[in-house]
Design a protein around this ligand. Structure first.
Ligand code: AMP
Ligand code: ZN
Length: 713
């Protein structure tokens, strides 16, 4: 390739990746699978590495880059980033409306969610993101550009329809699911969990190492104009629509209202929807829609006079702490749990809430017998907000963390740098039970037929002292297991069947099942993709390379899919006595988990280098065809361009589409012809729906899989 065409290819890859990022992270409707995406990304990385002359800070490969900072530079906001005046009742909103009507008339309102996150300013110069800054004190905030670039929903470049210089403002937040998972990780690592998604988002943005931020499930929504480039909009709703067309994530719900009755109705409707958003909301924001009136109304020192926040009453319930028990986790972490008088809160009955750790109980001064306020952190996790000391009778008891493991009586330690206490007895039956449950869980080896009570009986009665012992159980023996006076009986058969099936589970499932701290499903999949067998993980050069790479500086450092912490944990595990024994036992049991080999992409054939566009109704899922085309050396495009060789027109393809394609020199073919080109017998009857295993390496990894992952992080 000549230098010009390399430049073009790089540009093509960058725009394709940007487009797929937008479809995946902003619109939640991906059109290609993870593998195809990875291939685009890898090709771009390779070309950029070979041609540093085409480097660009706004390339999608530059979302995670640079060295950890020693501190944040300061950014002055122009105009200042203001707060919002708040109202708590419709009466107060009516006062606001009266104030507005005294000064202006002929206007509408816009009602939108008040996102509970961290306010953020994004500045674009030459349509490239050059600066992201927190609100700070409103006048001056922190320059957190490197951290914000890691948020995949933030466009690094804007289309040519956007102004060259632009500032927009919005809110960075952590998704609910992401928050729950992050807190699980934090607790497992013995660290203090975050109280709510907002704190988690704020804490993440304050990290000095953007590589760490990249692991935090952050997202953004844009809802305000900044000081530059937004002058031309006459209404707020038009502005937001235009932001959307420039690729910014904006609120999925808003209402334009002509009367205050409409405003009240919108606020009530939004309240019923408050738990359905990806972000937490703590109220509604009512804004004048006509932007030309903003100058007339002006602002106070606190906030604009053309907008009001309406805060919803926090959803909380009062109940009583009847006791505090202590749970022992898979890695031995001791967690105090409040046993509550059952109470209804935001749609469910709650009888327990984690208190996280002893320090937290002490800090919140929660006593056994206390009346407390219960809330849901991140709208999902029951949490005690505070005790209600006025209601104390004097009979309450202060909780004392046990000095020995409440289950096995083993020694309890606080490890260096950790907030949590851990039972350090390797034979602890509580830890073993949790490990067995994890091993058998759905994302691990899926031996759900075992169930909690049978696992418990196996551990309690000393039948197993390690999850792998499950493989030494026979059907007869398992059938004779007694669970509270009854035999396990015939149930044993499904357990044995599931165990048999688990022998052939892929490496990523086995690696996850092994339960190495910090190795969740995503990490396990990333690591498995780079290894073919479990035994290869011990002393793996790939993992060592990840750690070495991390100590490199600047440009020499590559972006690798495996995280350093995870690489360290896996190496440590298999280097240890237990890990070695674990591998040896797998071998004894004849279990040899492998990862699905990467299918080879064809280097010759009719589809090599061919841009293909799929349209109309096809008899197989698009992801499947995309994968087949890719393996045949072609690439799937979203729309027809001068570079498209084939338009594959399924049923119901409009004539306009095909004639436009022909104009651009694209050949229009049907599904049967595609299959021919792919070297398959053309047959679009029902049998063609079977995935063709020789060409499709992993048909399950289609768009829906990606969507699921995207939503769950
Ligand atoms: P508070 O932080 O409670 O004083 O509320 C004011 C803040 O609400 C603003 O600074 C914004 O960060 C945030 N906010 C959230 N959603 C919106 C929205 N839709 N419009 C304006 N501000 C919003
Ligand atoms: Zn123990």
């Amino acid at each position: 390739m000549g230098s010009e065409s390399i430049k073009e290819r790089i540009e093509f890859l960058r725009s394709e990746i940007e487009r797929h990022d937008r479809l995946y992270y902003v619109e939640a409707r991906p059109v290609i699978g993870d593998r195809d995406y990875d291939l685009l990304y890898e090709e771009l990385l390779k070309l950029e590495r070979e041609h540093p002359e085409f480097h660009s800070d706004s390339s999608p490969t530059q979302r995670v880059s640079g060295e950890p900072l020693s501190g944040f530079a300061q950014v002055r906001h122009n105009p200042p980033m203001q707060s919002l005046d708040k109202t708590h009742s419709k009466g107060e909103l009516a006062d606001f409306d009266a104030m507005v009507r005294k000064e202006v008339d002929d206007f509408t309102y816009n009602v939108e969610p008040k996102v509970d996150g961290v306010s953020m300013s994004l500045f674009y110069e030459d349509r490239r993101l050059v600066r992201a800054a927190t609100r700070g004190n409103g006048q001056v905030g922190d320059d957190v550009t490197l951290n914000v670039k890691t948020i995949r929903a933030v466009p690094l470049r804007l289309p040519s329809s956007a102004p060259e210089s632009l500032e927009v403002r919005g809110e960075v937040y952590m998704t609910r699911d992401g928050f729950v998972k992050l807190n699980e990780r934090e607790e497992e690592a013995g660290r203090e969990p975050f109280a709510n998604p907002r704190n988690a988002a704020a804490g993440s943005l304050k990290l000095l190492d953007s590589k760490e931020v990249a692991n935090r499930p952050l997202d953004i929504v844009i809802y305000n104009a900044g000081g530059t480039g937004c002058e031309g909009f006459s209404t707020h709703s038009e502005m937001i629509e235009t932001f959307r067309s420039w690729g910014f994530p904006v609120t999925p719900w808003s209402k334009t209202c002509a009367t205050m009755e409409d405003v009240y109705a919108a606020i009530d409707e939004l309240e019923t929807l408050r738990h359905t958003f990806r972000f937490e909301i703590d109220g509604a924001v009512v804004k004048l829609n006509e932007r030309s009136l903003y100058d007339v109304l002006g602002a106070t020192a606190h906030g604009p006079r053309w907008a009001r926040a309406y805060k919803y009453a926090p959803e909380r319930a009062e109940t009583v702490v009847e006791g505090i028990t202590v749970q022992v986790g898979r890695t031995g972490v001791l967690t105090p749990v409040a046993e509550l008088r059952p109470v209804e809160l935001a749609g469910s009955t709650i009888s327990r809430a984690t208190l996280h750790n002893a320090d937290q109980v002490e800090r919140q001064d929660i006593r056994i017998g206390d009346h407390v306020w219960l809330v849901k952190a991140g709208d999902v996790i029951p949490a005690i907000e505070s005790s209600i000391p006025e209601k104390r009778t004097g009979d309450e008891r202060v909780f004392v963390m046990p000095t020995a493991c409440p289950v096995c009586g083993g020694e309890v330690q606080r490890l260096d740098g950790e907030i949590a206490l851990r039972c350090v007895n390797p034979a602890c039956s509580a830890q073993l039970l949790r490990r067995v449950e994890h091993f058998a869980s759905r994302s691990a080896l899926d031996i759900r037929a075992l169930g909690g009570t049978a696992s418990n009986a196996l551990v309690e009665q000393g039948w197993i002292s390690d999850p792998l012992d499950l493989f030494s159980l026979t059907n007869e023996r398992l059938a004779s297991l007694e669970i509270s006076g009854r035999r396990f009986g015939k149930n044993s058969e499904s357990v044995i069947r599931a165990l048999e099936a688990s022998r052939n589970m892929p490496l990523e499932r086995w690696l996850f099942a092994t339960g190495i701290p910090g190795v969740g499903t995503t990490v396990a999949a990333d690591i498995a993709a780079e290894h073919s067998r479990m035994a290869d993980l011990a002393g793996s050069p790939v993992l060592k390379n990840v750690i070495e790479n991390d100590s490199l500086k600047g440009k020499e450092r590559k972006i690798l899919p495996i995280k350093v912490e995870a690489a360290k944990a896996v190496l440590k595990f298999f280097d240890g006595e237990y890990g070695r024994r674990y591998l040896a036992r797998l071998q004894e049991f004849g279990i040899d988990p492998r990862s699905a080999p990467k299918a080879k992409v064809a280097t010759e054939g009719p589809l090599v280098g061919a841009g293909c566009v799929l349209t109309g109704t096809l008899s197989r899922p698009r992801g499947e065809y995309a994968e087949m085309i890719r393996l045949a050396g072609g690439n799937v495009q979203g729309s027809v361009t001068s570079k498209t060789r084939y338009l594959i027109a399924g049923a119901n393809t409009g004539a306009a589409k095909t004639s436009k394609a022909r104009e651009l020199g694209t050949e229009v073919i049907d599904e049967a012809r595609l299959l021919e080109l792919l070297g398959e017998v053309a047959d679009t009857s029902s049998s063609a729906k079977e995935p063709v295993s020789s060409t499709v390496s992993n048909p399950s990894q289609t768009a829906s899989g990606a969507l699921e992952q995207g939503l769950l992080f």
